[in-house]
Write a protein that binds this ligand. Structure first.
Ligand code: T3D
Length: 260
């Protein structure tokens, strides 16, 4: 049987493909565990300096596999499944010590939409859609959706998206600042791989600290954030990549970053 997650180690970066295409790559326990293990593995691999997450087939991810929720006789404790599966996944993506690009190749619904938004850079095929599908089945957004969406698109749009559960096209999502870019469907794999390769050849420590500084900026005051910036700049100034970046600039050549 083919794996529910395809892990493809490329030159300096890793492609992770959600692989349950006949269920629109919705999450069952096996997919959760496989993705969790893969993220832990790439976090520990020094040779991997960027991650690209995408989906197999025509969809990116339809959130929770609802067939696993059929025939429940008792009221399930969904809070517990969120704490056990979705929250640890989103925390891993946010805290990963290297950049994560998400290539949304098709529909991203429910937790699938919010897992995409948890990534550092989101590219989407023009035919892709983002749907906060939760309220359609009587649920509330999870996987960080109530945190990310108002910050990305503003309160008014976030509320309407969550309550109306209407699809947002990739182009609209890009216009609203919900994602970075919408690209032609046929171009998505190549554009996303190009970006992952570029990040894999970049100053990894700087990227890691950009992630941390951005994470802190969501909760901190201006003064606290200024201190955060000086802290991280202090660290960046001690990296070999900073020295290389400056030398390359002065010598008018492309830098060769080592990621440290
Ligand atoms: O339970 C907990 O642990 C709480 C956590 C919740 C997290 C969540 O993510 S809740 C939200 C769950 N997701 C949804 O409600 C989305 C359900 N899916 C859809 O609304 C639609 O499928 C889409 C809008 C995403 C796509 O529509 P469309 O018309 O392009 O495709 P389709 O025909 O509906 O789906 C294709 C197949 O995938 C179909 O199977 P079939 O008929 O070909 O055998 C469909 O049943 C299956 N599929 C799609 N989404 C799911 C799914 N199967 C299981 N779970 C799904 N989420």
């Amino acid at each position: 049987m083919e794996s529910v997650l395809l892990v493809d180690r490329r030159d300096g970066w890793t492609l992770l493909t959600l692989n349950r295409p006949d269920r629109l790559n919705s999450f069952n326990e096996a997919l959760h565990l496989a993705l969790r293990d893969a993220l832990d593995a790439v976090a520990a691999e020094e040779s991997c300096r960027a991650v690209l997450l995408t989906g197999a087939g025509r969809g990116f991810c339809a959130g929770q596999d609802l067939s696993a929720r059929v025939g429940l006789t008792e009221a399930p404790d969904l809070g517990a499944t969120i704490e056990t599966f979705y929250n640890p996944l989103v925390r891993r993506i946010r805290a990963l010590n290297k950049p994560v690009i998400c290539a949304v190749n098709g529909v991203a619904a429910g937790a699938g939409a919010n897992i995409a938004l948890a990534c550092d850079i989101v590219l989407a095929a023009k035919s892709a859609k983002f749907i906060q599908a939760f309220s359609k089945i009587g649920l509330v957004p999870d996987s960080g959706g109530t945190f990310f969406l108002p910050r990305l698109v503003g309160d008014a749009r976030a509320r309407a998206l969550m309550m109306l559960a209407e699809p947002v096209s990739a182009t609209q999502a890009a216009d609203w600042g919900m994602i970075w870019k919408a690209v032609e469907d046929a171009d998505l794999p190549e554009v996303a791989a190009g970006r992952a390769a570029a990040l894999a050849n970049g100053p990894t420590e700087a990227y890691r600290n950009i992630k941390q500084a951005m994470r802190l900026s969501l909760d901190q005051t201006f003064e606290e954030q200024m201190q955060t910036e000086s802290h991280f700049q202090g660290l960046a100034g001690k990296t070999r990549d900073f020295r290389e970046g400056v030398m390359a600039f002065l010598e008018k050549r492309s830098p060769k970053y080592e990621g440290r």
